[in-house]
Write a protein that binds this ligand. Structure first.
Ligand SMILES: [Zn+2]
Length: 508
């Protein structure tokens, strides 16, 4: 009853602005989106012919082309700074080492068994080892493990992580910076010691396979990547203890290096200019990643299929994005809208990070972002908005969903840390309020686990096309309501990203 009343109020409140209308005239173009068009989009994007849209594959390019041509067909502009709707994202692929061996404290360690070569060119080195704790330098806090140590021509040995961050993903994120420190200080190799929560075998499997990364455009273009960088399993801190007690020791290493090759992929960018001259310099970002996992052997031996079609992840979000482009293009809201289909999400959120580092529309003009991404649908009566309660756009998002009979609910599994696990995170770290609009789930149930990152995630008879249509309408309408808000949406007071927003937008 309460929901019914709310619907009625919202319907009245939000359609009255468009003037006289009758029941046969849809109030907004999103009403006209059809089951056949969203079905056609998802059938194409999740087809076997597109081979799972793996980043850097020709089929990933075909998907990008499809999205760009949908943008064109719906009257979106290609912004200055993009080339006919494309922003190229320069990537590099690091393949596994053919050969790598390391002798440390007289132990001969085998590659991908006792240790793993993370990066580096071919090398054969015998050099003294210098143990540096974390091997970390931070001018702000004054922490400097290199102080008073000469590591020129030597091998730096260090614990994985950094002060205060010994475990978890952030320990790994410090790794490439530590390699730079080692290279800048003249070291010939960096060995990190692993004592962590993730099982070593699984970690090695992950770290030793093909890996894509953004080509860093820093002055030191190598970013220290030329030096050999090893991760050694040290569950009992045996090597850390030896390093502390042994007066001097040298290590021997020989490696074929990890071959690096250039890979290109593209973000797809389109613009709709806002209808109100007073608001149109402000942009609402709509974003979905269009890449998926490509073709690979399934973890489950029983799966004969090796194509990870990615119908739900993130074919659904991509279709919602294309649908919003059509609906908002046909009747633009007050503010301008930036459409961004990003690549490289599944291999490390690369496309969104690239955009944030190379923005086409400056970040301080992007007042809000509505990302859409998913693992599946577990409850087709709701839309799960990760971050719903964190911004003042929450009501607009709820109203956009309610119009199509969907209830917008907040993240039911905050312990999964979903807010920081999709492309929105690149933007929120800079301060842009940017939740993720996801197909419905109240728990991480079978509607997700049966499909998430599995070959079964296909646009077949198990796929809910009707929900895709409703979801796409709701996404477009929520975006419209946000882009039409009188007062721009902000983070709720006290949010962890509020300070970043104040800095980005120059607000007091
Ligand atoms: Zn995804």
């Amino acid at each position: 009853m309460k929901i019914y009343l709310l619907n009625l109020i919202l319907l009245f409140g939000f359609t009255s602005g468009l003037g006289a209308q009758d029941n046969s005239t849809p109030a907004y173009p999103e009403e006209n989106l059809t089951l056949s068009e969203v079905t056609a989009h998802i059938k194409f994007l999740a087809s076997d012919e597109l081979k799972g849209r793996g980043t850097g594959t020709p089929e990933n390019d075909v998907a990008a082309r499809y999205i760009a041509e949908q943008f064109r067909a719906n009257g979106l502009k290609s912004p200055e700074g993009a080339t006919d709707y494309f922003q190229s994202v320069a990537l590099e692929r690091r393949s596994p080492a053919f050969e790598a061996q390391l002798t440390l404290f007289s132990d001969t360690l085998k590659n991908e068994i006792d240790m793993v070569l993370l990066s580096g060119d071919a090398a054969t080195v015998e050099a003294p080892v210098v143990y540096l704790g974390y091997g970390w330098q931070d001018s702000e806090s004054g922490h400097d493990d290199y102080a008073g140590k000469d590591v020129t021509g030597k091998i730096v040995l260090a614990k994985l992580g950094m002060p205060g961050r010994r475990f978890g993903p952030s320990a790994f994120s410090a790794s490439s910076t530590k390699r730079e420190f080692a290279a800048k200080n003249g070291a010939v190799a960096l060995i990190e010691l692993y004592k962590g929560q993730f099982p070593w075998r699984g970690l090695v499997g992950f770290l030793s396979r093909d890996r894509l990364s953004i080509v860093e455009a820093s002055d030191d273009s190598s970013g220290g990547q030329g030096i050999a960088h090893f991760l050694v399993n040290d569950p009992d801190s045996m090597y850390a203890a030896k390093a502390d007690s042994v007066e001097s020791s040298s290590a021997f290493l020989t490696t074929s290096g990890r071959p690096v090759e250039s890979v290109s992929s593209r973000n797809v960018v389109g613009l709709i200019q806002g209808s109100d001259p007073e608001y149109r310099d402000e942009y609402v970002l709509l974003m979905a990643h269009y890449d998926h996992l490509g073709v690979r052997p399934s973890r489950n031996q029983a799966d004969a299929d090796s194509i990870f079609n990615g119908a739900r992840d993130n074919g659904m979000g991509t279709v919602a994005l294309i649908s919003a482009a059509k609906a908002l293009g046909a009747h633009p809201p007050k503010r301008s809208v930036l459409f961004l289909a990003v690549t490289g999400e599944e291999v490390g959120l690369l496309g969104s990070r690239y955009y944030v580092d190379n923005p086409i529309i400056p970040l301080n003009q992007i007042i809000f972002g509505l990302n859409t991404d998913t693992g599946g649908v577990d409850d087709s009566s709701v839309v799960t908005v990760v971050g719903l309660e964190r911004t003042t756009a929450g009501e607009a998002i709820m109203a956009g969903c309610a119009r199509y009979g969907l209830e917008a609910i907040p993240d039911p599994v905050p312990d999964q840390n979903l807010f920081n696990r999709s492309d929105n995170v690149a933007f929120v770290r800079k301060g842009v309020p940017a939740p993720t609009f996801s197909p419905g789930f109240r728990e991480w149930g079978p509607g997700i686990t049966n499909y998430y990152h599995r070959p079964q995630d296909e646009a077949d008879e198990n796929f809910n096309y009707g929900y895709l249509l409703n979801f796409s309408k709701a996404y477009a309408h929520a975006a419209r309501l946000i882009a039409d808000m009188e007062v721009r949406p902000l983070w709720r007071e006290g949010d962890e990203y509020e300070a970043a927003a104040k800095e980005l937008y120059g607000m007091e």
